[in-house]
Design a protein around this ligand. Structure first.
Ligand code: S3P
Length: 420
């Protein structure tokens, strides 16, 4: 029991639809990860005049408008809760003629957007923000190549600059990142034949006249597998195998952390899916010891850090997370949401400006109420905490898990069935 696959990777699914939207002719996307966030991306490219045909729930046929063929809609484009959409799309809009307005839900409209506006302005694009936040108004057309050093380690900002660089009229665009962040944009562009050169923290991209993507395949989302890896590690008697998961080294920092903590996870059937490393994961329960995570490791498991807190709570000894102030700029302030949420369940955890400190007790968490605060990663944390706690968790806002993983609770139920 306990064999399953997770939906297609959300980061890669967003990128596949966005690039296909400006591709030549048809792009077929298999293994597409359907979620509220990626539905926002489909709706956005449709609003821009791109035809998307849903052959089946996981297969899309996107009929690209060509590199400069997106049409400005009269209404603002609603990015919903999707930060990746709101930060990557401006990179493509930089090269389009017209005025484009992007907005989103309350959470997205409270998140920092100057980080993409600023480099795009340097590239000659007009980008207005409302006090640094959405709505964004972009008037594109002409793009200048720049060399840009990222002030924060952010794959979204890196991607926005690289996508705008496709349109540059003056040569190569360079992005320098302070720490390695997920490189799905670079991989997908390179697979499509775009000139991408990478050396340590520097990425150089040559502009193109057209993009031809053909067939794209999306591997399973490691971030969606992560709650199950954590649950199976913490639950006595569990035995779990997850198939076809993306194992891009810049996404699987949680595996290294789990290994340091003493978890029993085996990777097998290593292969490539859609130009990305992938494989199957086998998990058994284990006794854990505390560990420390610092700034350099943070981007490699940025979306899994709430789950790290739960692991640390159940480990022998202390754990510390530092260098993760970015967590305060996610869908919620995730440092506060995690610390406040887990304390109410009986955990010994306290917040620091850029992380948290945990005193681990290797007995089961008590349980209690937890508010997801509309944040999908906190909802999934709460659900796993409920499963491994003595009294269970009354989770408020569980439905927000659908932002990245609509079938999450069904799968969790089946896992519970497999272990009792
Ligand atoms: C993402 C990058 C990360 C991550 C987000 C998805 C992406 O954000 O937290 O969930 O798809 O590029 P930052 O780039 O802001 O760190």
């Amino acid at each position: 029991m306990g064999h399953f696959a997770v939906p297609g990777d959300k980061s890669i699914s967003h990128r596949a639809v966005l690039l296909a939207a400006v591709g030549e002719g048809e792009t077929r996307i298999a293994g597409f990860g359907r979620s509220a966030d990626t539905e926002s991306t489909i709706a956005a490219v449709r609003a821009l005049g791109v035809r998307v045909y849903e052959a089946d729930p996981e297969t899309l046929r996107v009929f690209g408008a060509g590199l400069r063929g997106l049409k400005a809609p009269e209404q603002p484009i609603d990015c919903g809760n999707a930060g990746t959409l709101m930060r990557l799309l401006p990179g493509l809009l930089a090269g389009q003629a017209g005025r484009f307005e992007l907005t989103g839900d309350d959470s997205l409209r409270s998140r920092p957007m100057e980080r993409v506006a600023e480099p795009l302005r340097q590239m000659g694009v007009s980008v207005e923000t409302a006090d640094g936040r959405a709505p964004l108004v972009i008037v594109g057309g002409h793009v200048r190549a720049i060399s840009y050093e990222l002030p924060v380690a952010s794959a979204q900002v890196k991607s926005a600059v690289l996508l705008a660089g496709l349109y540059a009229e003056s040569g190569e665009t360079t992005v320098v990142e302070p720490l390695p962040t997920r490189d799905h944009t670079e991989n997908m562009l390179e697979n499509a034949g775009v000139g991408v050169r990478r050396r340590r923290g520097t990425i150089k991209l040559s502009p193109v006249q057209q993009l031809r993507l053909g067939e794209l395949e999306v591997p399973g989302d490691f971030s969606s597998a992560a709650p199950f890896l954590v649950a199976a590690t913490l639950l006595a008697g569990s035995e779990l195998t997850v198939h076809g998961v993306n194992l891009n080294p810049r996404r699987i920092g949680l595996l290294d952390v789990l290994e340091r903590m003493g978890a029993r996870i085996t990777v097998f059937n290593r292969r490539r899916i859609g130009g990305e490393p992938a494989g199957d994961l086998d998990v058994r329960p284990a006794q854990l010891v505390g560990t420390t995570i610092g700034a350099a490791e943070v981007p490699l498991l940025v979306d899994e850090l709430p789950l790290f807190a739960l692991l640390a709570v159940h480990a022998h000894g202390d754990s510390v997370l530092s260098g993760a102030a970015e967590l305060r700029a996610k869908e919620t302030d995730r440092i506060e949401a995690v610390v406040d949420g887990l304390r109410r369940l009986g955990a010994h955890i306290r917040a620091t400006p850029d992380g948290f400190k945990v005193r681990g007790v290797p007995s089961r968490l008590r349980g209690g109420p937890l508010d997801a605060r509309g944040d999908h990663r906190i909802a999934m944390l709460g659900a796993v905490a409920g499963l491994v706690s003595r009294e269970g968790v009354e989770l408020e806002g569980a439905e927000s898990a659908a932002v990245s993983f609509p079938g999450f609770f069904d799968l969790l139920e089946s896992l519970r069935g497999a272990t009792t």
